[in-house]
Design a protein around this ligand. Structure first.
Ligand code: FUL
Length: 461
């Protein structure tokens, strides 16, 4: 008797599951703005201004890899319309630039560098284009934009993990606004890169969290009533929190820049976020089951500045030190309730949460909607962080939980939360616990928990 729990509600696609696993990705804003010092170019910039002196995409990929990031998403075209690859449909691109006689291609170099480091690659291609005269004409511009999508996603640059659509829709050079045809843009992306997730304010694959501070909501339902939103949708708490019984699986991504702006400006060299700030962002995004897309803009050399690289190294060292030893691993675990399965397999047993295997999970019988897991230590153990993962392949279920620790012979609640989703990582005042109990107070269907991890309080290396 296998008795696998039936999926509950919408579930993630393979591409979305892979996105959840990526946890932290690097965003790269680079282009004419890097050289003109503005955040939004007008589209009238002379391409010759784009002239990085020592561009090295391998360095970007190394910095990303060392920081523990899983992919890089590049602004192949920002609102100024300048293309970082030699574009067949415009001359406003690297081929006309002042960089290496117009013979190089940033997207090609980054694609090769990511492949060499085993990183995924994604593209940002701004629909808002302040340079192209077709912008604002309707179908004509949409065709131009789709031709660009074909160039970057058509296979020349290899497989992509994410297409990042910006909802910004300002005026073009002619003062006109464009009506974007997102349904056909999305269909084209799916056709060209079936394994890529599509990000926009409203998905369809991944949604915007609703702020540019990298902060996810405490309650994060991956489900969303997707039809209520659209790219450029007004900000709302709902978009960040999602809907507990939403119609589609569209988790939230948190984008934030390591500097005050999205592009590099020399006067922000001393304003790179500190390791402490980055760590807080990490807990508020990754720790809430969201994805973190951290922007690290290369400088005028075409290199990630030393200050940014140092901050990222510091973050990695901090996280590695904190999460090096999972104190729950191999602890004796019991559950208040177990799902029936063939007796010899113990397929949904409590021990699944501490076996280090994300594919196994503890589950209760259908209809059992409150339950607890208890982990027993051999001796009192100092803990200050808990991580819980739901088996989201079967849908998102838990709506409320708390964690108790047995301290000096009595249970004490150390932390609590609402949703869990892909992961929930919570810090609490350290205790010396002889046992820990994770209590599922409210769940929409039988809980399926794939991991419970416990860590000593944060260490600063
Ligand atoms: C916004 C853009 O207007 C910013 O320049 C930046 O690219 C940010 C990530 O998205 O909509």
């Amino acid at each position: 008797m296998e008795n696998t729990p039936p999926p509950f509600g919408p579930v993630p696609s393979a591409a979305q599951l892979a996105w959840h696993d990526r946890e932290m990705q690097m965003f790269i804003h680079f282009g004419p703005n890097t050289f003109t010092g503005v955040e939004w170019g007008e589209g009238t910039e002379n391409p010759k201004m784009f002239a990085p002196s020592a561009l090295d995409a391998k360095q970007w990929a190394r910095v990303a890899k060392d920081a523990g990031m899983e992919a890089i998403i590049l602004t192949t075209k920002h609102h100024d319309g300048f293309c970082l690859w030699p574009c067949a449909s415009t001359t406003h691109d690297v081929a006309s630039s002042g960089w290496s006689k117009g013979e190089r291609d940033v997207l090609r170099e980054l694609s090769d560098a990511c492949a060499a480091e085993g990183l995924g690659l994604g593209v940002y291609l701004s629909p808002w284009d302040r340079n192209n005269p077709k912008y604002g004409t309707g179908a004509e511009y949409n065709e131009y934009f789709k031709a660009q999508l074909r160039e970057v996603l058509g296979g020349a640059y290899g497989p992509m993990v994410e297409m990042w659509f910006d909802g910004a829709c300002g005026e073009g050079a002619n003062g006109k606004r464009q009506v974007y045809d997102f349904p056909s843009f999305n269909a084209l992306v799916h056709e060209l890169q079936p394994n890529a997730v599509i990000f926009s304010d409203a998905g369809p694959g991944v949604r915007w969290v609703g702020n540019e501070r990298g902060i996810g909501c405490e309650t994060h339902w991956c489900r969303l009533d997707r039809e209520k939103f659209f790219p450029g949708t007004p900000l709302s708490q709902e978009l960040g929190e999602g809907h507990r019984e939403g119609t589609h699986w569209v988790p939230a991504e948190c984008d934030v820049s390591i500097r005050p702006g999205w592009f590099y400006h020399a006067d922000t060299d001393a304003k790179v976020k500190s390791v402490d700030e980055l760590e807080e962002i990490w807990y508020a995004s990754v720790g809430r089951g969201c994805g973190l897309l951290l922007n690290v803009p290369p400088d005028r050399r075409g290199l990630i500045h030393e200050n940014d690289a140092a901050a990222l190294r510091g973050l990695r060292a901090r996280l590695d030190a904190t999460f090096a030893l999972d104190l729950a691993r191999g602890a004796a675990v019991s559950a208040s309730s177990l799902r029936k399965s063939s007796p010899e397999s113990d397929r949904f047993g409590a021990a699944c949460v501490v076996d280090g295997n994300p594919a196994t999970y503890w589950a209760t019988d259908d209809g059992v909607l409150t339950a607890a897991l208890t982990l027993q230590f051999k001796t009192p153990t100092r803990i200050g962080i808990v991580r819980i993962d739901e088996c989201i392949a079967l849908g998102q279920r838990v709506a409320k939980f708390h964690v108790d620790a047995m301290v000096d012979g009595a249970w004490k609640t150390v932390t609590q939360g609402t949703t869990i989703g892909a992961r929930r990582i919570l810090r609490f005042d350290p205790v010396d616990a002889s046992a820990v109990r994770v209590v599922i107070d409210e769940t929409l269907a039988a809980p399926c928990i794939s991991a419970v991890q416990l860590f000593a309080p944060r260490t600063i290396p």
